[in-house]
Design a protein around this ligand. Structure first.
Ligand code: NAP
Length: 463
């Protein structure tokens, strides 16, 4: 993908960018390596101060950074501003907790003193996606820098201005040169960068092919990686649940960021006893959503980030409908386009859609639907709900709605996911670890595991 800012609400090219030359990449890698030598010796207090400064800058400029995200990816402005606020939270969280998370772990052995000390690794490459252009980066950067590592950001090619803005924020906050650098490069440059001796580790948030490709390149050079990949999260609703609350939450859980969230609820698994009631509510709420210009604080759903994401989603929906699924609402792209004002006709909008009666053998079985489409399924009992929930190759999050404590316990024990939320939507929170299993990736960000993701847990034994 060419590196450029293109407004997805209109399709207008705003600003193309040249990728860095090999010489410029080389110079930045040297700067990272040199920067690490002094940065690693700074105190937790100093790093904490810089992170607090980042939080301050983010909060003071949240409107401007929110507008930048809305411009580059079409995120509704209210949620863009909320994303900036959440970035300030994660910075403050690690600024305040980082030192405690990394203090020596003392263990009694045959030594007079033995413990584990957590030390930084060096330069960590972060390959990041466009869907939460600030959050994904700060979620990685706050703990990684607090631990004493330095960071290299290869952001998605459609968010160059967000990538440059984040670099500028960290510099303004006081982080020394070489500690956080944005590399404006395409995906084809990533393998060489991770294999370079000046880079020690990598993290990637994005699709399965991208994750597999990065991990393969890193594996050749024996470097650790952390992968946060896709999800097709189940949202199970059982008869004992508060159905009205479950349906209201379902809309938020599916529509966040125009439906383009890895932990969005994507497959709604409904017990037969409440399926009709739930679907009536869900369809009513989807129908009430307003689609339009993401800069307008009154709209609920903006465009998808690129035309290709919209086209892929439209094809997935069409394949389900061709196989016999019913669109209870939405699914009709031409009808939506006819309703949009002239100025938005070139945008990559897709209508909020609820699919029901989806037969087996469609993309809904295994593929992630990255947009405002709810896939709904009926099941006769709890065992069938669990089996359907676990039937995909992905395992990121799961949301379960039930007041029955035995079902709650079985959900915790048996759901194949990195997170289970009972009677609530799956969300990330700096205080709790975040990550997936199966083909959703490995490793954990956030919480204490997040700051220990890229450290040398050095065993120390003293006679
Ligand atoms: P993508 O194509 O994989 O892009 C993500 C990043 O990887 C971009 O910076 C991209 O660069 C880069 N990339 C692409 N192919 C690569 C390769 N072969 N080698 C190295 N880097 C490569 O992802 P996307 O489809 O835009 O993003 C959506 C996906 O991310 C969804 O599956 C979503 O569920 C997942 N996601 C997961 C999480 C999580 O925390 N688990 C969070 C958000 C999103 P270019 O832009 O230059 O191609």
């Amino acid at each position: 993908m060419a590196i450029a800012t293109i407004n997805p609400a209109t399709g207008t090219l705003i600003q193309p960018y040249e990728a860095l030359t090999a010489a410029a990449i080389d110079q930045r890698l040297t700067q990272a390596q040199q920067g690490f030598q002094t940065y690693r010796t700074t105190s937790f207090e100093q790093r904490s101060h810089w992170l607090h400064q980042v939080a301050e800058i983010l909060e003071t400029q949240k409107q401007a950074y929110g507008e930048l995200m809305t411009l580059e990816v079409g995120k509704p402005i209210k949620s863009a501003i909320a994303e900036v606020e959440k970035c300030a939270w994660v910075c403050r969280f690690y600024a305040d907790q980082g030192a405690a998370f990394l203090q020596d772990d003392v263990t009694e052995t045959d030594a007079s003193r033995s413990f584990v000390r957590y030390q930084p690794l060096g330069a960590v490459l972060a390959v990041m996606p466009w869907n939460f252009p600030f959050w994904q980066v700060l979620r990685f950067a706050a703990p990684t820098l607090m631990a004493g590592n330095v960071a290299l950001l290869k952001h998605a090619s459609n968010v160059p201005q967000c990538a440059l803005a984040i670099e500028e924020i960290l510099a303004k906050a006081g982080f020394p040169p070489g500690v956080f650098q944005t590399l404006l490069v395409g995906a084809d440059a990533v393998a060489n960068i991770i294999q370079d001796d000046r880079v020690q580790a990598a993290t990637l948030t994005g699709s399965e092919p991208a994750g597999a490709s990065l991990a393969a390149a890193a594996g050749k050079a024996i470097k650790p990686t952390l992968l946060e990949l896709g999800g097709s999260d189940p949202f199970i609703v059982m008869p004992s649940a508060d159905i009205e609350q479950a349906a209201a939450t379902a809309v938020t859980a599916r529509m966040l960021n125009n439906g383009q969230s890895c932990i969005a609820a994507k497959r709604f698994i409904l017990h037969d006893a409440i399926a009709d009631q739930f679907l009536v509510l869900l369809v009513e709420k989807f129908r009430a959503l307003t689609v339009g210009d993401p800069r307008d604080a009154a709209i609920d759903v903006g465009p998808l980030a690129t035309p290709s994401i919209r086209d892929e989603l439209a094809q997935q929906v069409q394949a389900c409908v061709d196989a016999g699924a019913k669109a209870l609402v939405g699914g009709n792209l031409p009808a939506l386009q006819a309703q949009l004002p002239e100025s938005l006709r070139g945008g990559s909008f897709y209508p909020p859609t609820v699919l029901a009666d989806i037969p087996p053998g469609t993309p809904a079985d295994q593929e992630e639907f990255f947009g405002p489409v709810a896939l709904t399924f009926r099941v006769p009992d709890w065992d069938s709900a669990l089996a359907l929930a676990n039937s995909t190759s992905l395992g990121l999050g799961a949301s379960v709605w039930t007041a029955d404590s035995s079902e709650q316990e079985r959900a915790i024990a048996e759901l194949e996911a990195g997170a289970v939320f009972i009677n609530g939507l799956v969300k990330s929170d700096p205080r709790l670890p975040f990550g997936g299993i199966k083909r959703s990736g490995y490793g954990r960000e956030l919480g204490q595991p997040g700051i220990r993701a890229f450290v040398n847990a050095k065993t120390v034994w003293i006679r």
